[in-house]
Design a protein around this ligand. Sequence first.
Ligand code: SF4
Length: 327
Amino acid sequence: MFAHNLLIVQIPIPTEIPPAITAWLRNDRRLGMAHYACPAPELSADKPSPREPIARAEAPSRRADDRSAGRPAPAWHEPRPAPASRPAPETMFGEADAAPPRSAPRPLPIADRADLAPLNDRDLSVEEAAAALAELDRAAVKNCTTCRLHEKRTQTVFGVGHPRAELMFVGEGPGADEDAQGEPFVGKAGQLLTRMIAAMTLTREQVYIANTVKCRPPGNRTPVEDEMAACWPYLARQIAIIRPKLIVALGRPATQTLLATTEAISKIRGREFPFPPPSLATAGLPHCTLIPTFHPAYLLRSPDEKAKAWADLQIAMRFLGLKLPGK
Ligand code: SF4
């Protein structure tokens, strides 16, 4: 019995097939198996694989280490007693960050929507950008029923902040407070994010805050792949209008969507990635830098991780030319 009905063997052509392989092929044919020749994928040093930028960026960042060393922790990073060893509940914000996805890794199938206006391709004035964001929300997002998340929402949660912010935070999805108020990051995690922004010497009004999905997943569960893919065209348009210099992706779902990767957030947090990633290079998105870090809700449950998040934010501050505390 054979466990698989397709086996791919890559043999350089032209070449002489070794006797052992010849005997094996003959034996297969006796058993009724067929063999087909097909071209091997082009993988050479000249043509990097789509994952290359991630792999390259995984080299330890000396700058990150240097920057975080010796800096005083901000107010939101007061040491707290470690929580009991009870595992984090299976809820929506980053709790699975430490664990790799159970299914086989594959890029999220994000695609654009032909029925929406094309992505903005130029620098807009603050007024133009504000109007474009408002129109996107009014005309497309507010009444969107593209995915199942519309069924249980109170309202959509579009985004908030400066329409031409240099720094954009992208989280996962609205929670109960956000669903009730129509604004992202207004619950306990939102209050922590506000303190994190303040520690960066910024205000919520100076940055832009959005989520990967605009409707609350029922029970605060993590949005699934097809929901994030369905909502991606809206986030792509927000990014194309705002044209930030830096995106800070909060937690695993936002990071994996924006980088089209399945790498664990704990592996890639605090590193600078070029955005858009190669798989979205032709989407018409503006180019900027992306730094992943932990989601504030995860930090509320795992306060020991706040030091890492603060190190990540200092990298973001240095990138934006902001003065580091104590400097
Ligand atoms: S989550 Fe996004 S795609 Fe799904 S219904 Fe809401 S706005 Fe539409």
